[in-house]
Design a protein around this ligand. Structure first.
Ligand code: GLN
Length: 464
């Protein structure tokens, strides 16, 4: 009765009073339990409790199930950001996005498994369960919002997932799981209540099964919030309005630096671009010259910010206190707590980030990386004078096997972000759109636009 109904159908049926919510909740709870047992998408499941067509379930979302990345605070529900150091933390408040979703009667379904604090591309650095790709469970869901991607693909009920991206964590799982994943302009969605990774880069966004789901959700989560000083004062938009609007005359730029990927992935992406061309769009080759420096700059800036953000988890005000009895002094306590509860990837990033900010090295690394960031931003500014959107693959590979990820060095792991890091550094909006398969695995087409031009990529995505 509810299997595979779309969000649009769910909303229409709800508006027509044609949903028995207690049946719906039973179905969703059963399916979620079954899927979670098999794939481990959710670190914590929240059972939906809905009564038979209660008056309360109205508003825009009518009780639509929403999964939330673990690093986004949800009142009274564990929010551990995938890390043991925050185990047991139940916020006494909701993040701005969660408030917005609840206001419209979104129903929280659970917290998704992720790389700790967002540190990763394959969700294998989670301290909890590593989510498995529903297309092939020997493969990664992508990361760091891996659980979001996996459950969005596998859910047989209408559902959206709220993720977060610092350097590509929405695009990666969307591409690997074959769903849509939108990373909005930096500042369009408030970060209030987000457990920070790197404040100058973090963005909250949404993953959904189709483009309507994305546009509909963005309407709900976008908007100014005075509690986040980087939140933009923008006018409210209805992003569903541009769906299926003709794309005749839209100019697409194809960055030559982004097309140096596996030939089959290239071909799949070209097919999607050709499809847009057949509908009246035009394309031209462009160059984003500073792409080759972006990855290094990103890993310096992101880890520098992460290392300062993680400093507060020392078992005093923030973080578990599970070693307190054994400590001989404050310093000893901090050391024991951090040694025990941060995993190897968190430690790697703390060391790297602390090093690049040290007074003797700051000029050489951190400040230089900031200058490179400006060059990357300027690349995008220049290009967007001539084209409306940029198209490229979202990821250089398809979802890898866990056994192959194990063989990667940390550097090789970081290099997988080569296509997602530049737009994330620039804070421009991007969406990964499913555009075909290579050897049975989904490929994501990345559409990127200038700041606050979400409508352009949503419009184009609706034609892919
Ligand atoms: N993979 C990137 C990193 O590890 C991006 C992660 C993210 O966007 N949260 O930093």
């Amino acid at each position: 009765m509810f299997r595979d109904i779309t969000i649009e159908e769910f909303l229409t049926r709800s508006a027509n009073d044609d949903i028995d919510y207690s049946d719906f909740a039973d179905y969703v709870n059963r399916e979620t339990e079954k899927l979670n047992k098999k794939y481990g998408f959710l670190r914590e499941v929240v059972k939906l409790e809905m009564k038979k067509n209660p008056e309360k379930i109205t508003k825009k979302m009518f009780g639509l199930p929403v999964s939330i990345k673990d690093c986004i605070c949800t009142k009274g529900i564990g929010s551990f950001a995938g890390s043991k150091i925050l185990e047991g933390y139940k916020p006494v408040f909701d993040a701005h996005v969660v408030e917005n979703l609840k206001k419209e009667n979104g129903a929280i379904l659970g917290k998704t498994n992720q790389d700790c604090f967002g540190f990763g591309t394959f969700s294998v650095y989670s301290d909890y369960e590593i989510p498995k790709n529903p297309i092939d469970s020997e493969r990664s869901c992508g990361g760091s919002s891996g659980g979001c991607g996996g459950i969005t693909k596998a859910a047989t009920f209408p559902h959206i997932s709220i993720g977060e991206s610092t350097g590509g964590s929405i695009s990666s799982p969307a591409a690997f799981c074959g769903v849509y994943g939108l990373t909005p302009t930096y500042g369009l969605v408030s970060r209030y209540g987000l457990i920070d990774y790197a404040n100058s880069l973090d963005k909250i966004g949404v993953l959904g099964k189709n483009i309507f789901d994305i546009a509909f959700s963005l309407n709900i989560i976008a908007g100014h919030d005075s509690r986040d000083s980087t939140s933009l004062k923008t006018e409210k938009k209805d992003y569903t309005k541009v769906l299926d609007k003709p794309i005749k005359g839209i100019k697409i730029g194809i960055p030559k630096e982004y097309m140096q990927v596996d030939e089959k992935i290239q071909k799949t992406v070209w097919n999607a671009v050709k499809k847009l061309e057949s509908l009246g769009a035009t394309y031209q080759e462009i160059s984003l010259e500073n792409t080759k420096y972006a990855l290094s700059a990103y890993y310096i800036i992101a880890t520098a910010e992460a290392s300062t953000n993680l400093a507060k988890y020392c078992g005093l005000r923030y973080g578990v206190q599970n070693e307190i009895a054994k400590a001989e002094s404050f310093n000893d306590h901090y050391k024991k707590i951090r040694t025990k509860n941060f995993n190897a990837e968190a430690k790697r990033r703390i060391i790297l980030g602390t090093f690049t900010r040290m007074s003797g090295y700051r000029d050489q690394y951190y400040l230089k990386a900031m200058k490179v960031r400006t060059l990357v931003i300027n690349d995008f500014k220049r290009v967007f004078k001539n084209v409306d959107i940029i198209a490229s693959p979202a990821m250089p590979i398809t979802a890898p096997k866990f056994s192959d990820i194990e063989k990667l060095t940390p550097m090789e792991h970081y290099q997988m972000d080569v296509l997602t890091v530049p737009p994330n550094l620039a804070g421009v909006p991007m969406i990964s759109v499913p555009c075909g398969f290579v050897d049975g695995l989904p490929v994501g087409l990345h559409l990127i636009a200038d700041h606050l031009q979400e409508e352009k990529i949503i419009q184009a995505a609706s034609w892919v």
